[in-house]
Design a protein around this ligand. Sequence first.
Ligand code: ZN
Length: 1064
Amino acid sequence: MSQQGYVAAPPYSQAQPGMGGYQGGFGAGPAQPLYGHYGGPPQTFNGPPTGMMKAPVSSAAGMPPPAAPSQYNPNVQQNGAHPQRYPPPAAPASYGQPLQSQYNNMAPAAPPPAQQLTNQMSTMNLGSYASGPMQSPPPPTNSVAQQPFQPAPPPAMGQPMMPPGPQSPHMSPIMSAPQSPQANMPMAGPPMAGPPMAGPPMAGPPMGGPPMSGMGRPFPAPLPPGPGGFQQPGPGPAGPTGYPQQAGQFGGHMAGPQPGMMGPQPGMMGPQPGAFPGSAGGLAGPPQKKLDPDSIPSTTQVIEDDQAKRGGQVYNTNIRGQVPPLVTTEFPIQDQGNASPRFIRCTTYSLPCTADLAKQCQVPLAAIIKPFASVPKNETPLYVVNHGETGPIRCNRCKAYMCPYMQFIDGGRRFQCGFCNCVNEVPAFYFQHLDHMGRRVDFYERPELSLGSYEFAATLDYCKNNKVQNPPAFLFMIDVSYNNVKSGLVKLICDELKTLLDNLPCEDGSESSAIKVGFVTYNKVLHFYNVKSALAQPQMMVVSDTAEMFVPLLDGFLVNYQESRAVIYNLLDQIPDMFAESNESETVFVPVIQAGVEAFKAAECSGKLFIFHSSMPTAEAPGKLKNRDDKKLVNTDKEKTLFQPQKGVYEQLSKECVAQGCCVDLFLFPSQYVDVATMADVPSHTGGSVYKYNNFQVETDGEHFLTDLRKDVQKSIGFDAIMRVRTSTGFRATEFFGAIHMNNTTDIEMAAVDCDKALTVEFKHDDTLSEETGAHMQCALLYTTINGQRRLRIHNLSLNCSLQLSELYKSCETDSLINFFAKSACRAILNQPLKNVREILVNQTAHMLSCYRKNCATPSAASQLILPDAMKVFPVYMNSLMKSAPLVGSTELSTDDRAHQRLSIMAMGVEDTQLLLYPRLTPLHNLDVGSEALPAPVRCSEERLSESGMFLLENGQSMFLWLGQASPPDIVQSLFNVPSLAHLQGNMSALPELDNPLSAKVRSIISGLMEKRPNSMKLQIVRQKDKPEMLFRQFLVEDKSLHGGASYMDFLCYVHREIRLLLT
Ligand SMILES: [Zn+2]
């Protein structure tokens, strides 16, 4: 997909260089110690460190005022982006404004949440697209490969769920165009087939103009530069009601529900009056029949069907190009020569043989790699292979590691590389005879010959400076500024650490963790603590010169927790009191990270910083930030600047961290704008996570935060990692998305990589691929274990190659595709106006689907929407992506929340993006309390809610319990111990523990879901029609969005129309 100039990779080299050696020894710091007691005799501290602390009292005016609670939910973990390689901005200014506004006018003002079902549906009506009479569908065209996406019979209102799609693997949903007036056909309506849409306006010149030229253009291709694009004034902040002018194609600023899709339609059509003959009048026209939402492909149904068909069955990875079950399906995996889909998933398992075919279909070819994915207990952990002093056996030419794709020849004396075809000698110690099949007789004894994933013990050659590595360290760095102490956060953290540190991760089999720990507190100055086990009391040293950060002590700073436990305990007890009287509200930030890097340098180790921070760093020090939030930029060409980090010292710091293997995890507790785009920059390039708790309160958010902290500390993780993705001849990795850093075009550096971090790699052809040999990839990750051992983790995967595009479409995986699109879009918005990015997403969707239609589907009427079976719910995800916080362009959302979500998406795996973009909405009112099974989720639409119902919604980052107005009192009593909803306390963040089966069941469902997710979620309880319901409703992704964005139905209609245009 990416057409960006790819810089030819340097010749393959071993993976380990590139990591700089350790810098000069500790001690080269500033000559003048500017801190407290460094160098002097150790002093114990007792109580508040009066003399040592520089804690200027700041006036109350210096305190950040509490900010209004932001609308969008925080609590998002976040990670990195790679801003660099996106194309320069492009500004097709030609996409028409006039129509947009015209169209916008059609949109009803935001109806109140619950009673608007009818209203809302009426806007989805066919009539809103066309003024002409509705038509009924032609007889469905059935074929072996396709099944009509059969519309429900006309009076289908409220009819129960129809099987939304064809069931057989090859079948495609077809949407038929209705032909008789008044037909009640959902998708099929005139918008697709009817005269208004199909007529001259659509096919005519307007479409042939610039807008069309952009159709189907791959993401990164630069659009024609728009003159003065940056000057284009945005719509500015708009009031909460009505539909202001929309700047973007999709979304723009929309205060009310839904505009998104509606806007874009005219927008896309551009200078094309009459594209919407119906326009406003259409809405006012004859009474519209409601469309049947059950007739469009259903994500929940697809998930359910796959679970029913493939769930619970062992998935053997012995077949090349095999498409695994969906990421939502639970199934055990047996590694038989290809990496498990837990480690690698692909957008398609059958690559097109030629670049031309790839270009033709525009389906991105990408792999989503989660090198440290958790493996369930019932599956074998990775074997560690040791090839001895000479290190792992590799191909001499391309340096690929020994793997199942190496072909032994010449009686076992040589092997031919499956990646570059080079023939290599087998070292004497590794020689083995071949059996009659030409396979080594020790095939099953050697993981590297028979498995897709395994590890090699790395030799010193793979270690920094060729030295044995030290175990990594965890450094806890606590912001002790006024607010954090006052809110009780500091005490909460200190208390938690006492127990948490007993559970530091251990290598399997070890009794205690090898990880060293250290502690720093800070506000405008930094306090380092000596917690050497021999001390009776911890000692504090203050560094107030934050301009040139250094670490004032080495011995006793990073220690073994078990050995120093008493001193550490003592310290954690004292910290909250020490700063109880401090009025310092200003903080530094960059010096804190610098101190961590310096500490790791001095200790010659890698590790992770846990930084607990609450405010924008405004104290005079490197990395000082100013408030640059500006809602006026939303929906302008400058909106991207809101997502761009401040450069300079932050950029440099990321590099230093990566070189040292210093991962940064940031726990943010902001009460107002803190410039997350910049503050999260280092975490997002070092494999770190960013957690955000807006307006943190210990009582309601404490447990939520502590759960995140516990999970984070105990995650399985590798440090100081560098990864290379090798491919067989004919294609190669060209783009990389993740919480990573890249110094060159091939080496993916991660200061750390944990079990939840995934990177997405895009491939491009550089030659023709062979159907016979297929395509291989090998990810080799060199890292340091929590014990300090250097290892190579290898994941191999083989794919099919085909000259038939139908094979590609058959082997597609929607969840992986959407992961790719989410990441590439989230990177693109750093450099391009959001409307361009949204437009490219729509165009590519239409292009991919039209190519299928043209090349793979059985001929049928153009009015039918035909979707590849493997992609039949792709449009709902794409639409949801465009409505996601980073992409929607709404002034209603906080800039920090949008930046946070953007960064978290960059590091997500396939299951995370799936859930984020299609939340799980589970009805709980008909629970069978005796059953183990979870109730089946329903579609994310207001349609599915009911006044007497109770629903749980979660997307991996937010969780809501929604209660209908008419919730039965017995349910309310059982769950909340109050007689009615009116008695519910606001701001509840957990269900009370009540001794009844329903309460127990609901709580167990909630905790079960929480456990599965990388992040903890704060439970928000919302009553129908209460104000907080607005928060909940933005997750009903099939509906029109409160912040701008089309309903699924509208989007599908629109895409269908685009497809038809492409086919003509
Ligand atoms: Zn090779």
